[in-house]
Design a protein around this ligand. Structure first.
Ligand code: CU
Length: 486
């Protein structure tokens, strides 16, 4: 490790893995490692300015004895770590999955240990394997970083640039933890390279960025939809796992159960919207139902779409004429409710919107006059404009894969891109017919953001964690997170 090497293992023009590291003055540069995880192209989106983060590294007694800084530099992330009070020699250094430096179970030893709350190594490629910092994320944890070399005085410094992890996107480390272990990392033994006890831990927090969380009760909240009623100052969110709808006071954060899930059509709650009368509309996913609740939470109606196979009512939008339009992610149909009756409004067969496997049309919004609907197709990343008068369909743009919920604010469209962990900002033309990707915001380390709503000059985003719905351990409490609009 004390010499300089350059290895080019690339056989693919698309390879972009690079890792450059300097440990105690030595430098090692590697390039051409094949990217593991299938990262989405960044496209024309810009990184937010000054995307930097810091972690204060504490010992198990809670004293700060080190720090780390993170800065996005081109396609890589520069990491600088210093820590003191450690034994001389090499120490394992990793990004752990969860943003918690509390005691908890360490899977490597299966008992409660200091900093066990940080969970295992961050594994965005789903490798389920510990490996070296040079391995692609498909083969080893993205969080497996170069070791910290501690000198005779007990102080260690490491500086390196890596693109195994990032500050944005699915490899994003914001709101996860940086960990220094007691022993050296063998770069191979699962799950943690036999690197021993957890000696320093810090949560990786974005610099100069204000966040407000609204924690939700229970361990199964999986919030999917969000809507804001400005007249009441109430944020509504619903559980994809059990259909509970919560009402959150946007000022105080006080949360109450607005409507308990479980009734017919309400075993799940996906897209949510508030209409002009303050009623809450809920898309019922695979139940094929649309539920309407009064402003005090009482059931008004449950409307069933026809019992054809595999319904998936995902999102809905009221328009000024009293209609409500509903997307179906599996059946190529846009449904409409008028006078409390649901009807098949637009059959998408033979139109430019081609349904394929997976989730198709998802989030839906409308222009303020109700003339145009905009809906994103999650599996293709296409954004569509649908004219409610002529029913003509026009492709606005592509490049929005994993696009889930939408927020339309004037001519700006915000797209929550769940598996990418970002919110994309799109500028739209006056007729909503074309769009440009302006920015991809990681905000503060969103966990599978499904949708967002505007609250005053802020946005509130669900951290749905729906990737953990069928297995895995979600971070609790579940939460919505509020940020200044960008
Ligand atoms: Cu570790």
């Amino acid at each position: 490790m004390m010499n300089t090497a350059k290895i080019n293992a690339s056989r693919m023009s698309t390879a972009r893995k690079t890792l450059a590291l300097g440990l105690s003055g030595a430098a090692l540069l590697l390039s051409g490692l094949v990217l593991a995880g299938g990262t989405e192209p960044v496209g024309m989106g810009q990184m937010p300015a000054n995307l930097k983060a810091t972690a204060a590294l504490r010992d198990p007694a809670g004293q700060v004895r080190g720090e780390a800084s993170f800065e996005q530099v081109g396609m890589g992330m520069r990491v600088t770590v210093t820590a003191s009070g450690l034994t001389p020699g090499m120490h394992g250094l990793h990004v752990h999955d969860l943003g918690r430096c509390t005691p908890g179970v360490d899977p490597a030893v299966n008992k409660v240990v200091p900093f066990g709350g940080a969970g295992g190594h961050f594994d965005p490629g789903g490798s389920k394997n510990h490996d070296s910092p040079m391995a692609g994320n498909k083969y080893g944890h993205g969080g497996d970083l170069p070791m910290l070399n501690v000198g005779a005085d007990g102080t260690g410094t490491a500086t390196f640039t890596t693109d195994k992890v990032s500050l944005t996107g699915k490899d994003g480390v914001l709101n996860r933890s940086l960990m220094i272990h007691a022993d050296m990392d063998d770069y191979k033994s699962d799950p943690s390279g036999k690197s021993g006890a957890r000696e320093r831990c810090g949560v990786i927090v974005r610099d100069n960025f204000t966040v407000r969380d609204y924690p939700l009760p229970g361990t199964q909240s999986f919030p999917e939809g969000v809507a804001y009623d400005a007249r009441k100052g109430v944020i509504y969110t619903g559980s994809a796992a059990n259909g509970n709808i919560y009402a959150i006071n946007a000022n105080t954060g006080a949360t109450s159960l607005f409507s308990e899930g479980g009734a017919v059509g309400r075993s799940t709650a996906l897209g949510l919207k508030v209409d002009a009368q303050g009623r809450v509309w809920v898309a019922g996913g695979a139940t094929g139902a649309i539920s309407i609740l009064s402003p005090d939470g009482a059931p008004v109606a449950t409307l069933m779409t026809p019992p054809s196979p595999n319904p998936y009512l995902n999102d809905l939008i009221p328009t000024p004429d009293g209609s409500v339009y509903i997307t179906d992610s599996t059946r190529p149909m846009i449904w409409r409710v008028r006078d409390m009756k649901v009807e098949p409004w637009l059959n998408l067969g033979g139109t430019p919107i081609k349904y394929g496997p997976g989730i198709n049309l998802n989030g839906i919004v409308a222009s303020p006059d109700g003339r145009f609907l905009l809906s994103v197709q999650l599996n293709t990343g296409e954004l569509w404009r649908i004219d409610t008068q002529s029913r003509a369909i026009r492709k606005v743009m592509g490049g929005l894969k994993n696009g889930d919920g939408l927020l339309l604010d004037g001519q700006t469209l915000y797209v929550a891109r769940n598996a990418d962990g970002v919110v994309s900002k799109v500028g739209l033309s006056a007729d909503y017919g074309s769009g440009t990707l302006m920015m991809e915001e990681p905000l503060a380390g969103l966990r599978f953001p499904t949708t967002l709503a505007k609250v005053g000059a802020d946005v509130v985003v669900t951290q749905g964690q729906l990737d953990k719905l069928q297995g895995g351990t979600p971070e609790t409490p579940f939460k919505l997170t509020r940020f200044k609009i960008f």
